[in-house]
Design a protein around this ligand. Sequence first.
Ligand code: FAD
Length: 290
Amino acid sequence: MRIYSLFETGRPVFSLEVFPPKKTVSLARVKQTLRELAVLRPDYVSVTYGAAGTAAGLTCELAACLKQELGIEPLAHLTCINSSREQLDGVLARMREVGVENILALRGDRSPDVAPQKDFLHANELMRYIQSRYDFSLAGACYPEGHPDSPTVEADLQALLYKQQAGAKHLVTQLFFDTDGYFRFVDRARAAGITLPIQPGVMPIVKLGQIQRTVALSAASLPAAFSKMIARYEQDPDGLYKAGIQYAVSQCLALLAGGAPGIHIYTMNNPDVAKRVYEGIRDALGREEN
Ligand code: FAD
């Protein structure tokens, strides 16, 4: 199934992100996580790709489990900055073998310790290559608060336009906590000529340790309501768990009410968190009880 066709139905698309384990021995545990997430009947599940491409096999294994065992459409992530064309051809062949039809094509983060490969410098170049050689449907990443490398918002929107021109069929956002910022971004993207569905990605923050890591990685700004919640529950892990889920539910409800075409939950491989958020937004997604 081509994931972009889900957006053509007009029904909100509900999807989840999982990441592969660092080591093969933990694969069984993540597969069990997938089985628990499957109960939520996501429209698709995206599987991330290790920064240096070293765990590409694990991304493929989880995609295969989703597709073949659970009957859920996988969206396999693929990054290009640290891989040669030959290496990527190997991964793409494996993805095709296990039945992947949809790829989230990314540049990947530049690592200070690894010299970048030269075959593909940006996501749109990877997309163009995949389009010319393979029959995958493509998605791309976008950044409501701008990508940290971008000198200006306009330059970032221009890069997004390149992704659309290179064949991306839908976009998934970086996580954010400022819901209004998503709508401002969508308005700017439309004005710049981007017509693709822009699916917001929401990460429930349920532990203090997640905040510093997440904010450092995503550069997401923290609205006052979010900072107040953190300050209030700093010493109360159970309270923060519940409040973090409630914040994510409120974000999702506001996004859906404002016309977002769906919700993508960054699950951090935590089925309990995903389930609680899902229960809070099930009606707004127009779904019946399981
Ligand atoms: P690009 O589109 O190449 O953009 C990177 C920068 O270059 C931006 O500043 C952009 O404005 C600029 N740019 C883009 N194209 C051009 C061009 N043609 N000419 C000049 N400038 C250009 N990382 C992982 O390692 N694994 C994952 O699984 C993963 N999944 C992700 C999923 C989502 C939804 C998101 C939002 C991010 C994900 N990332 C992942 C992180 C991502 O790899 C980084 O954010 C990376 O720094 C940029 O990737 P990109 O595909 O957006 O790059």
